[in-house]
Unconditional design. Structure first.
Length: 451
């Protein structure tokens, strides 16, 4: 952008993990320490001081790149010519644990941080939320965002504490070359059509339609949303044992054990969802379709480049419960901490990252991220043929579903809930060792004991 380099990146190596006892004690302290910090921030006020040496924590180099791009832009430097930002990158666990400890203690937190969707609930367990309330600052501009993906995961009790750039809408992709060679009509109109196609694909014994994840919450959560359900309700209460949740888990089990069109997706010690072994299965032509969010398909392009032109994408078929045309999975939001020493500069980083055509284009070109900023979805650089999908206009598809993503409900129990539902329900049921209704009920019992 022509501006001098204003950010510097360092890598932290020391972790500050919290024990369960320490975490529970710490969240009680947040009501005192964070309240003091938030009083200084004040929604819409100038608060937080005018420090020029800001600190930004993240766990992902791609997200550091977009924030750094914004800080170096003319739009930011004209507003804050003296501000520099020290970008510090940690591992996912290190950063969130370290941030929680700093916010609980009332000292040592950065001015800004990236907060992953499953870790945000750890910061809302008790008392004041230790992040700046962005609700009034966003104001009417909320209509420019695909709200369910952009702010729902970082919202609590009617207030917005973070904004995410990643649309992460769920679609269905499939190998068009495989379907065409077998005489299968696409795109699929119903999920019954998908199952019927899967039986044809799987008949040779060389390929399955899907790899279903038994060590991750994502598949179950996506299908639950499609069926009209949700993991947690609007008050943060567990809702995974609803009819939709039970039917979703039953449906996934049946793909494997009744219909025979799926098997258990490969996982490894470092990644239970989309690690190297998972992509190796696609390289070996083991699977013909994927149900997933946009970031997962970025991995497909990166890890299976030789299948370019063979894949197609569509909105979701009908015939599962409420038959929602899309769902939502994953994401990371930018947040301004209660200890920020320059709220206005931090807010401008959030604003210029999440409400900007320039930043949206930069992130799309660098990371393949489809933006939550809806005006960007209409831009020509997104509304273009995608060679990997045989020349399909993927941007148009994501634009179509952006406002149809179901509302996301977070909860102080989410982080524990993910562990419980995978361990007590998803893994045993998908391996045909438990019944869905009883297993999901056990999750409710465990979460009740932990309250």
């Amino acid at each position: 952008m022509g501006a001098p380099e204003r950010g510097r990146t360092s890598t932290a190596t020391r972790a500050h993990p919290l024990s369960r006892r320490g975490f529970l004690a710490g969240t009680l302290a947040v009501s005192g320490t964070a309240a003091l910090g938030l009083a200084g921030c004040g929604s819409g006020g100038s608060g937080g001081g005018q420090a020029t040496d800001l600190v930004y924590w993240s766990f992902d180099e791609g997200r550091v790149a977009i924030a750094k791009h914004v800080v170096e832009s003319d739009a930011f430097t004209q507003l804050h010519p003296d501000v520099t930002v020290d970008f510090q990158q940690f591992t996912w666990a290190q950063m969130h644990d370290k941030l929680l400890a700093a916010l609980v203690s009332g000292r040592g937190a950065p001015d800004m941080a990236d907060i992953e969707i499953q870790r945000f609930p750890q910061f809302i367990g008790s008392g004041e939320v230790p992040f700046l309330d962005l609700t009034e600052r966003i104001g009417p501009s909320i209509s420019d965002l695909a709200r369910s993906a952009a702010v729902d995961p970082w919202s609590w009790q009617g207030k917005i504490y973070g904004v995410g750039t990643e649309l992460n809408a769920v679609t269905l992709t499939y190998r068009e070359d495989v379907m065409s060679s077998l005489g299968i009509t696409t795109p699929f109109a119903t999920w019954d059509d998908v199952i019927a196609a899967g039986k044809v694909v799987s008949a040779s014994g060389q390929m399955k339609m899907f790899g279903v994840h038994d060590l991750s919450v994502f598949d179950w959560d996506m299908v639950t949303q499609i069926m009209g359900g949700t993991f947690f309700d609007e008050n943060g209460g567990y809702a995974g044992d609803s009819e939709a949740g039970e039917q979703a888990l039953t449906w996934l089990r049946d793909l494997v054990h009744l219909h025979g069109i799926a098997d258990i997706a490969p996982a490894d010690a470092n990644n239970n969802y989309n690690g190297p072994q998972y992509w190796a299965a696609f390289q070996a032509n083991r699977y013909a379709a994927i149900l997933g969010p946009a970031w997962l398909f970025t991995g497909l392009l990166k890890n299976v480049p030789d299948q370019a032109g063979k894949w197609r994408m569509q909105t979701l078929p009908t015939g599962l419960g409420a038959s929602r045309p899309t769902a939502f999975a994953g994401g990371t939001g930018q947040a301004v901490t209660a200890q920020s020493r320059n709220v206005e500069a931090c807010w401008d980083i959030v604003r210029l990252t999440n409400f900007s055509l320039d930043a949206s284009r930069f992130e799309y070109e660098q990371r393949g991220v489809f933006p939550t900023y809806k005006p960007a979805l209409a831009e020509s650089w997104l509304q273009a043929p995608t060679a990997y999908y045989g020349g399909q206009n993927i941007g148009a598809l994501y634009q179509e579903v952006a406002d149809q993503i179901p509302p996301w409900r977070t909860s102080p129990q989410l982080y524990r809930g993910v562990d419980a539902i995978v361990r007590l329900a998803i893994t045993p049921v998908l391996n045909d060792r438990a019944e869905p209704a009883a297993a999901l009920g056990q999750v409710r019992e465990e979460l009740a004991r932990q309250q």
